[in-house]
Design a protein around this ligand. Structure first.
Ligand SMILES: [Zn+2]
Length: 453
């Protein structure tokens, strides 16, 4: 039996009542939270051999949950910095078409290291590039997540609408529908674990309305229902996409997805920047979820999502950093602050309380990924995915409210990050893998990629 006690910290549990303790304790046994409360624990409840972490001046929160990412993009950061989505994509597709599985593995390890060091304990990944002869990219990301120790919900992404058929991506990175369906079934068979506390859950993820056919969307929805997996795609990211859907389908993006049976409680959608009131009502009525990615939307000048309106309508909203080629920060804690700023720039000072942003980054993300019963809050019986933030330094000491210090202050160092009770980060350093090695491997992967023709 392994036991951990964190005591003396401020605690934001993010439970349904938003319970917080100015000073409290959390006990963990075999990867599960077994006690949480104010003050110190009853000494009689502490098992012999328990590791005790004295955490005065720290804030304990649930581990953050990232609901949209493209880990491979860590190898292609910094390109086309001043362009919008379609130009940015057309510039990067030819480079991405040369990716080999070993490059993806190195990029994913670097991106996941950054995730862990910024408080993330569970992340998804949307990998839709599967160049012929490029190896098993999805397995490479799963290997990287296992090495890093993060809980992982990768998606088997896809594109089947190449340039020759009116789509945006070059034909060399598209697949046939049969290839996509076979690969998705294989990925679920090999990697998907539906059990409680699972470290890997697969979802299906056609890329976007301008890079896949309606046939692929329909067939993917049918297959996902048969396999019992969730679905993900990009939607309503830019006005260019809205125009594409109007011309190609005579529909708004949300209308198109509803027509194709692509909305529901098992679906989460990245971005959703350009929504009408009717679109928001449709998402709420169907129980669909949104991955809100404000830094990427700002970087590409896509617009500001109506996060407040979505939340008020009852749409589950999580936070996503998006790929590092469109948001070079790649930091989930920084993204929480950006959620506050983006909402307030759009809707005024009351549009996004800091605690609503923290909830989106934790329980919101857990709900979006279909794991609200397991992760996202600190409650007895939930998995011990915990972030212990050190607020004793220059950026935070004596900042009045520890939750405000985390959300609006500079991103604090992590004293401890646990997944399933296992230590991933301690004293601001990765403990599962070498950050230096991840950097060296990333640099080598990028050089290989740029040299490959
Ligand atoms: Zn994306």
């Amino acid at each position: 039996m392994s036991s951990l006690l964190i005591t003396g910290a401020a605690i934001a549990t993010v439970d349904p009542s938003g319970t917080e303790h100015a000073t409290g304790h959390v006990q963990v046994t075999d990867g599960v939270v077994t006690a949480v409360g104010p003050g110190a624990p009853d000494p009689a409840t502490i098992h012999p051999g328990t590791r005790v972490v004295e955490a005065g001046g720290h804030l304990l929160t649930p581990g953050l949950v990232n609901t949209h990412h493209h880990l491979y993009q860590w190898a292609t950061r910094g390109f086309t910095p001043d362009d919008g989505l379609f130009t940015w994509l057309r510039t990067l597709y030819p480079l991405w078409a040369r990716l080999q599985a070993e490059d993806v593995e190195a990029a994913a390890r670097a991106g996941l290291a950054r995730m862990a060091l910024t408080g993330c304990t569970t992340t998804t990944d949307h990998h839709y590039l599967h160049p012929h002869g490029g190896g098993d990219h999805l397995a490479a990301t799963i290997e990287a997540a296992a090495t890093t120790g993060l809980r992982f919900s990768p998606t088997r992404g896809s594109m089947d609408l190449g340039q020759s058929a009116g789509g945006l991506p070059p034909d060399s990175v598209t697949e046939t529908i049969d290839e996509v369906l076979a690969a998705t079934a294989d990925a679920v068979h090999r990697h998907h674990d539906p059990s409680p506390g699972s470290m890997v859950r697969i979802a299906a993820a056609p890329c976007s309305p301008f890079s896949v056919t309606t046939d692929l969307l329909r067939r993917t929805a049918e297959q996902a229902a048969e396999l019992g997996i969730r679905r993900h795609t990009h939607l309503a990211e830019t006005l260019d996409e809205e125009e594409f859907c109007a011309q190609a389908f005579g529909r708004r993006p949300v209308e198109l997805l509803e027509d194709l049976g692509w909305l529901g409680p098992d679906v989460w959608l990245a971005h959703c920047v350009h929504l009408s009131d009717a679109d928001i009502a449709t998402l709420a009525r169907t129980g669909s979820s949104v991955a809100h990615c404000p830094s990427s939307n700002a970087r590409l000048g896509a617009g500001t999502a109506r996060a407040r309106d979505l939340m008020d309508a009852g749409v589950p909203v999580g936070i996503g950093v998006d790929g590092a080629a469109s948001s070079e920060q790649g930091s989930l804690a920084d993204e929480v602050r950006q959620v506050v700023y983006a909402a307030r720039q759009r809707g005024g000072p009351e549009a996004m309380p800091v605690r609503d942003a923290l909830r989106a980054a934790t329980m919101g993300g857990a709900t979006v990924l279909g794991r609200a019963g397991e992760i996202g809050s600190i409650e007895v019986g939930k998995r011990a995915d915990l972030a212990l933030w050190d607020l004793t330094g220059l950026g935070h000491a004596d900042l009045d409210d520890p939750v405000v210090a985390l959300v609006l202050g500079p991103t604090p160092p992590l004293a401890l990050l646990t997944v399933e009770g296992r230590v991933v980060v301690e004293d601001g350093e990765l403990r599962t893998t070498s950050e230096q090695q991840a950097v060296a491997d990333l640099v080598a992967a990028r050089r290989r990629l740029l040299a490959r023709t």
